[in-house]
Design a protein around this ligand. Structure first.
Ligand code: HSE
Length: 403
């Protein structure tokens, strides 16, 4: 019997308990061995839960129990989750997590610790919820030089944008729905400010490019500046507004990574990704573009990814090294400012005034457009070229257009 301990009995932790027990027979049949939950650690009591007899609140019981082979960390954050992960790895236990913040902030160090103790640190669920993407990227695409990753990486913001675009719902009402469905982070500012997507693009960049990318190195904009007029102008140009996490390997070997709302053409498959779904498009030099799509958040989809890692950890006694990358540093990164793209601009002014500065601009129109408002798409240029040209214009919104 592979004995498992779950740390944190929230949305994901309880989903892991449900999937592991509900699929007990299936897992035994497929792997040839049984998996059982021995402990669930939480500071709260759950007297009505069918798992209540497994609940404990002292981590040292897990740490000191030689029977525990796999520790599932679904606490989240970088506080006790970090401490318990270090202690579990140091005690020779495999650790499986959905905690993207911890992997993005401390992944390099935790992987070194896992290597030292010949155990695994696995985090498939940290990016894309239930979508298998870390394994395909690190294993199935290993024959490729991956040059670019573009993803809709946050279910909550994609849900909000979808409801704003499709139903004209207010931002607040759409966020409330996402929270009620269990998609949002405990503090939803991590979703709407783009921090959650930032952590995920850091992890993808590290897996793809072999150097740790830290969240503080990644310029990040969320969706709080996206308005219904922007949605309408984008629509008039045949585009949807999506929050994208992007990373690319530059020719000089450095990495550019950022998170920002983009206008995405309707012909791009990313434009059709709605509701809580996520999608990650990866460009490899041999394979071309591949896209991974599925439920990016939620209890059971995320538990699906966690449990597959639990099984992998259980089958990997002896600690085959799954993931390894070098530490990051400022020498790794090139800021996105020099990346050329078209831009969407909504500002005070008129079409005539825009054409003086941007002769090639495509002027957009929307229903109910005020007389003093103009919106347009520029030709390809860097951010500094754009800012020089915008000099003196009163901008209300500025977003990149995905090429
Ligand atoms: N809050 C996250 C999201 C959960 O909405 O995508 C999954 O990481």
């Amino acid at each position: 019997m592979i004995q498992v301990a779950i740390l944190g009995f929230g949305t994901v932790g309880s989903g892991v308990a449900e999937v592991l027990t509900g699929h007990e027979e299936l897992i035994r049949r497929r792997t040839g061995q049984p998996y059982g939950i021995k402990y669930i650690l939480d500071v709260r009591d759950f007297p009505d839960s069918p798992f209540s007899s497994l609940l404990i609140n002292d981590f040292s019981v897990i740490e000191e129990d030689p029977e525990i082979q796999v520790v599932v960390e679904t606490i989240g954050g970088t506080g006790v989750a970090y401490d318990f992960t270090r202690r579990a790895l140091s005690a020779g236990k495999n650790v499986v997590t959905s905690n993207k913040e911890l992997v993005a902030c401390h992944g390099y160090e935790l992987l070194q610790l896992a290597k030292e103790h010949k155990v695994s640190y696995l985090f498939e669920a940290s990016v894309g919820g239930g979508i298998p993407v870390i394994h395909p990227l690190s294993q199935c695409l290993t024959a490729n030089e991956v040059t670019e990753i573009t993803g809709i990486l946050n279910g909550t913001t994609n849900y909000i944008l979808t409801r704003m675009i499709g139903e004209g719902l207010s931002f607040e009402a759409a966020l409330k729905e996402a929270q009620e469905n269990g998609y949002a982070e405990r503090d939803p500012s991590a979703d709407i400010d783009g921090d959650d997507a930032c952590r995920k693009i850091c992890i993808l960049a590290a897996v793809a490019f072999g150097r740790h990318v830290y969240p503080v190195q990644v310029p990040t904009d969320g969706i709080t500046d996206v308005t219904l007029p922007d949605v309408d102008y984008a629509d008039s140009a045949g585009k949807k507004i999506k929050l994208l996490g992007r990373c690319m390997k530059n020719q000089d070997g450095t990495v550019t990574a950022f998170v920002a709302p983009h206008l995405v053409d309707q012909s791009d498959p990313l434009a059709s990704v709605t509701d809580v779904f996520n999608a990650i498009k990866i460009h490899g030099d041999a394979v071309g573009d591949v896209m991974f799509y599925g439920a990016g958040a939620g209890k059971l989809p995320t538990a699906s990814a966690v449990v597959s890692d639990v099984i992998e950890a259980g089958e990997n006694a002896g600690g085959k090294i799954q993931y390894d990358w070098e530490d990051g540093g400022d020498d790794v990164m090139t800021p996105p400012d020099e990346l050329r793209s078209s831009w969407y601009v909504r500002s005070d002014g008129t079409a005539e005034s825009v054409h003086t500065t941007f002769p090639d601009a495509g002027i957009l129109a929307r229903h109910g457009q005020p007389d003093d408002e103009v919106a347009f798409l520029t030709g390809p240029m860097t951010r500094s070229e754009l800012e020089n040209s915008l000099n003196g214009m009163e901008c209300r919104s500025v977003f990149r257009v995905l090429d």
